[in-house]
Ligand binder design. Structure first.
Ligand SMILES: C[S@@+](CC[C@H](N)C(=O)[O-])C[C@H]1O[C@@H](n2cnc3c(N)ncnc32)[C@H](O)[C@@H]1O
Length: 389
């Protein structure tokens, strides 16, 4: 009788995968031979090669991702559920199903309705699993967390930003077909104190080469020291330099988070020129277009307020950037990556290389947008050699 409950769970999993009810599955309470392994997260992804199950193996200090066909993936999961892992949570979109395997060989199956939009790990009686383990040594070495693994005073927003960014990046890597086993080369432009650069390296693990480029040598020195002490070197390194001159040959991923004003455009232009498969930027300080933006008569009232001028400059700049990326052959998503309550600099532009560069009609549409705002020149358009006027 107890064995039937496990088989019922496996049948539900199989059905959900095969009927396209896109499940998410989390395996926890690992008791297998590899003591560093903590969890296995499985979710469906759509790759160029067709639909796959993405397996994310969470170890104490790194994540290892691998994709399998549905058949392979289901065959691998069978013995793990109730074997190496004592607990499994399946989220089908309509229900959350938990299988608890007790060490004495008995099983308990619990089902509860899953609320629309509830996160995959969102059963109400357990904390949300974070992509970066709270007790990671590098979080502590960079001053984000204290010895107990809790964020230090004032660092909770940065901690949440690191976790959210890592979660988003793992999805974007899958979309860019970079979540398999092959090597991934990443350059992070304007890496600052390296919080998010370390997060990228922790997510991608041994198969990656991550380089942080930063103008301030003292930050480069700090980050290289922590990378070495925490066992990240040489796959993670930092170099003093400028975005304009950073080496980008052969990179797969370009990241530029909160690089000021046109530094974001310089990074975008370099990523596009290098043919990066995935480009992720979080722009900040939109100064370049402020002086160029015209004020149509009908908007002259509201635009006497500085905050509206600022928001209009942000919108016009990021709208042009996203259209230019599309023209350059990328599929673009623009979204808020962390709540404004944590940071006002929360807009993210993510671009996955998808097609050849756009034609002259696409370029003309961008010129119309620029004309509408009175913009004659913009840094990314200059970087891409597209005349706006
Ligand atoms: C606001 S910080 C962001 C740091 C990090 N990316 C993050 O989001 O936590 C911006 C960093 O970019 C660096 N930076 C700005 N312009 C740069 C350039 N042109 N070349 C290299 N680094 C630059 C600054 O020194 C600073 O450390």
């Amino acid at each position: 009788m107890p064995k039937d409950v496990r088989e019922e769970f496996l049948a539900l999993l199989q059905d959900a995968v095969k009927t396209g009810a896109w499940p998410k599955l989390t395996l926890s309470r690992h008791r297998g031979a590899d003591a560093s392994l903590k969890n296995l997260f499985v979710r469906p992804v759509s790759l160029k090669a067709g639909p796959r199950l993405s397996f994310l193996w969470r170890h104490a200090t790194q994540d290892i991702a691998k994709n399998h066909t549905f058949e392979e993936g289901l065959a691998l999961l069978g013995p793990l559920i109730g074997g190496d892992f004592l607990e499994a949570h399946l989220f089908t979109g309509s229900q959350a199903i938990q299988l608890e395997c007790r060490p004495d060989g008995t099983y308990r199956l619990r089902r509860s309705p899953q609320q629309a939009g509830a996160p995959a790990e969102g059963s109400h009686d357990r904390p949300k699993a974070h992509p970066i383990p709270a007790d990671s040594g590098w979080l502590q070495a960079l001053g984000i967390t204290g010895p107990t693994g809790k964020p230090r005073e004032g660092m909770a927003p940065k901690y949440r930003q690191i976790q959210k960014f890592t979660e988003l990046l793992s999805h974007l890597l899958a979309e860019a077909a970079l979540s398999g086993e092959g090597p991934v080369r990443v350059t992070d432009m304007g890496s600052g104190k390296g919080y998010l650069t370390f997060a990228v390296s922790a997510l991608l693990g041994e198969r990656s080469r991550v380089l942080g480029i930063e103008a301030r040598p003292e930050l480069v020195e700090l980050c290289n020291r922590v990378a070495s002490e925490q066992g990240f070197a040489p796959r993670l390194s930092f170099a003093a330099g400028t975005i304009a001159e950073a080496p980008v040959d052969g990179i797969d991923v370009l990241i530029a988070l909160h690089a000021c004003d046109t530094a974001t455009d310089d990074a975008l232009a370099r990523g596009i020129a290098a043919g990066a498969q995935l480009i992720v930027v979080a722009p900040c300080c939109h100064k370049e277009l402020r002086a160029q933006l015209g004020t149509p008569e009908v908007l002259s009232g509201p635009l006497r307020h500085g905050i509206f001028q600022e928001r209009q400059a942000e919108f016009a700049t990021d709208a042009l950037r996203s259209e230019l990326l599309e023209w350059a052959g990328y599929r673009v998503k623009v979204f808020e990556f962390v709540s404004t309550e944590h940071t006002p600099k929360n807009l993210m532009i993510a671009a996955v290389k998808a097609r050849p560069r756009g034609d002259s009609a696409a370029a003309e549409r961008i010129r119309s947008l620029a004309r509408f705002y009175g913009v004659k020149t913009q840094a990314l358009a200059r970087g891409l050699g597209l005349e706006l006027a």
